[in-house]
Design a protein around this ligand. Structure first.
Ligand SMILES: Cc1ncc(COP(=O)(O)O)c(C=O)c1O
Length: 412
């Protein structure tokens, strides 16, 4: 492999690595040159096998890979969480132990994202998709118009839901460009005095991402489901940020809502309590039984990020990992083509195509056999998608880049 990794490491107790020809398990540092042979995917296979517990490189778009040390902590806590004699899954959400878990998760998220005091953090259920409905239900009154910026599949779904409840105006739709760009938000024509403006920072399916927080007048609401916590954001620019947990935060189940007090106060009377942000805020996200386990794991992930340099460090790592893959695309002589325009490329979801459907199938099959899992692209874009959220290791990007180089050399 061209120079990035010199050694692979493993041990039998943590999954180990083994000679893919003989199956013999080895448990020490091994120079890669010893292993390099003619098999084009050999390097990728060896790197994949060096993952703890024989884990694969999981490129899934969500749910997705979580930090191994967090998984180990959940395992260690499973039978008896901190002397309570039970797991978090079995624990009353009204217990002292659980109250501490959710309070710590909230305060750690607040410090990670530097959330100002005039914002509430809520842990809700129903996924980001439920927010597509509760936002217009709450903040799009009759006689007002909400503006939506559509840069991909999730923004489109958000508009569809909004139209059920009120007047939703699409101020930008990248359909004509096959959703491979994002606009300059400051240059769009918004409705004067709109109820709010909604956009999606990172479109998970198409792999396009806004690169900075916009400065816009009015009420800005943002779906950050697939890039929250991957970089610092200026929360004060938004009236509301929401995100499903299952990419950068933890397992599916919890949905984080960060909402400014004045927007919260704007909510109408008479909503069913489960759809009323005020009710959730007044009850500390415990109006009903919260997604206890998901929130607990999110809390561990927040601590993991805090002790690993916070969001600035996450941003550096995410960019470095994405660069490895985009370089592999750009240096493939046109064999691989990136879906997103270069300045809109996502650091979370790298989308690319191969020359044809048959080669795509072979590539996905061969990489999967080599422990590079979940690369098949979404059916609406085709090709491949490598989702490389915060917890995804750099070694996986290097292994994929090596596999791409080998594959294009063989088939290009
Ligand atoms: C950007 C974005 N928004 C919304 C959703 C929907 O989230 P959920 O499945 O939690 O409803 C997703 C899911 O992948 C997403 O990526």
């Amino acid at each position: 492999m061209e120079g990035t990794l010199d050694y692979v490491r493993g041990s039998p107790s943590r999954g180990g690595i083994c000679d893919i020809e003989t199956g013999r398990t080895l448990g020490k540092w091994i120079p890669l040159k010893v292993w390099r042979r003619t098999d084009p995917l050999r390097t990728a296979k060896i790197v994949a096998m060096s993952q703890p517990y024989n884990r694969v490189f999981n490129f899934s778009a969500g749910p997705c890979t979580l930090p191994v040390e967090v998984l180990e902590e959940t395992r260690d806590d499973l039978m008896n969480y901190k002397g309570t004699g039970m797991s978090v899954m079995e624990m009353s959400h009204r217990s002292k132990a659980y109250e501490a878990i959710i309070a710590e998760a909230e305060s750690d998220l607040r410090s990670l994202m530097a959330v100002p005091d005039n914002y509430k953090i809520l842990f809700l259920q129903g996924g980001a998709s439920t927010q597509f409905a509760t936002i217009p239900m709450s903040y799009l009154p009759a006689g007002k118009q909400a503006d939506y910026v559509v840069t991909g599949a999730w923004g489109k779904k958000a508009v569809e839901s909004a139209k059920i409840y009120g007047s939703a105006n699409v101020v930008f739709d990248a359909k004509a460009d096959n959703y491979n760009i994002v606009p300059n938000l400051a240059a769009l024509n918004y409705t004067p005095d709109s109820a709010y403006v909604h956009f999606t920072t990172n479109e998970t399916i198409q792999g396009v991402q806004f690169k900075s927080d916009p400065t816009l007048p009015g009420t800005l609401i943002c779906d950050m489901s697939s890039d929250i916590l991957s970089r610092p954001v200026d929360v004060s620019k938004y009236a509301m940020i929401y995100a499903g947990a299952q990419k950068n935060m933890g397992p599916a189940g919890a949905t984080v809502v960060i909402i400014r007090d004045d927007l919260l106060a704007r909510g109408p009377e008479g909503l069913a309590p489960m759809f009323d942000y005020k009710v959730h805020a007044e009850n500390g996200s415990m109006y009903n039984t919260p997604a206890c386990w998901s929130i607990y794991v999110c809390g561990l992930v927040y601590k993991y990020m805090l002790r690993n340099g916070g969001l600035t460090a996450m941003q550096g790592r995410c960019q470095a990992k994405a660069d490895v893959l985009y370089n592999a695309i750009d240096n493939s002589g046109g064999f691989f083509k990136g879906h997103a325009k270069a300045d809109c490329r996502s650091t979370m979801n790298v989308t690319f195509t191969l020359p044809d459907e048959e080669l795509t199938k072979i590539f996905v099959k061969e990489t999967e056999a080599a422990g590079l899992d979940g690369l098949k692209g979404h059916r609406s874009v085709g090709g491949c998608r490598a989702s490389i959220y915060n917890a995804f290791p750099m070694e996986g990007c290097e292994a994929l880049a090596a596999a791409m180089r080998d594959f294009s050399a063989k088939h290009g």
